[in-house]
Ligand binder design. Sequence first.
Ligand SMILES: [Zn+2]
Length: 375
Amino acid sequence: MIRSFLFGLVVVAVMNGVACGVDNQVRDFLVYDVDSSTQQYRLMRSRIETLDNLREGRGSVAKLRGGGKANIENGNPETEQEWAEAIVVSGDSTPDIQVVVRDNGVAMPWDFHSAMMLTLYHHLEQASLFFDSLGVSPDVVGTMRVYYNMPITVNLWMLPLPLVTDNAAYISTIDAFVIPPQVILNDVPLYANRGVVVHEYSHAVFNRLVDADRRVPVYALESWDNLVVNERRSLDEGVADFFAAVAVSDPNFLAASISDAEELGIDRDVSVERLYDAALRASVQSDDLVDYDPYILGSVVASALWALRGSTDADTVTSAVVGALNRIKGIDERLTLTLFFDFVIEGLPADLQEAGCQLFAMRLDAVAGDLACVR
Ligand SMILES: [Zn+2]
């Protein structure tokens, strides 16, 4: 759908005889974004303010790189250096984004990859503005490297096999976003989904605030209890989904990209009521780093925060969450999910704290007795 739409655009551009060119002063672009009136993705006229070099996809928010590969050289790293060197990027190059500037000053991407790279940059800029509005300055994350169209491969057998397709990931050890090639074209590519980009940007924010900017998380190097590691990873996923849903005003922001979510076993709609019950608690306690699925408890976190909006507004909840993320920095292996929620409650206006306590106690059923407001 995207390809054919763009092909149509290019044909129109050629027929109109519009010149190709690169102008770093251009600020208005056609990018793929969600139309707030319909919640559908389409090519929309949008601003990008921070691109210093349009052709190379470089600006204060992100520096795009194209092609190459991210190879997992060590599947079982132990030391900090082994972790830092476990994934090696090679063969990447400077992109060559081509646009056609129309008479009205709007730059239209010339080809599919140009459209997707501009879309990606736009969404990252929007993500940085979103967090800036919550008090997390763009300087906190800084200029992210983004590897576009880069397969992630592993050194197994003779040929490296693509490990991930149709994904988008923040990988802390190389401090970069990796966007593997898109294979399925039925839906909006994950990296063109603004909610997904906010989710990934949130991981970079979590890395800076909670992991204290350490590229290799401490839990990978020390032998913490499964419970602590698993709750921490779920918290990272949960706040990322919450921020994404708030940023695009869509509790089921993944649906645009994953229409067959049920078949794929993906259940992340943050408007669904979810509980941290005894059965989930048991798996959080027992599963190790490899077996644990952080999204299940992550979705409990996201949906509890999302539900709190019902008693107030999104801004009040998001600022309480950012405040809590700042307060859990450095707590490391003493960090529990309930401590994070204690800080969220304390960050709410006084008249909301009781409602927050009741809601979180209900959702965090198995650990409710550990909440400070319940004890
Ligand atoms: Zn994630």
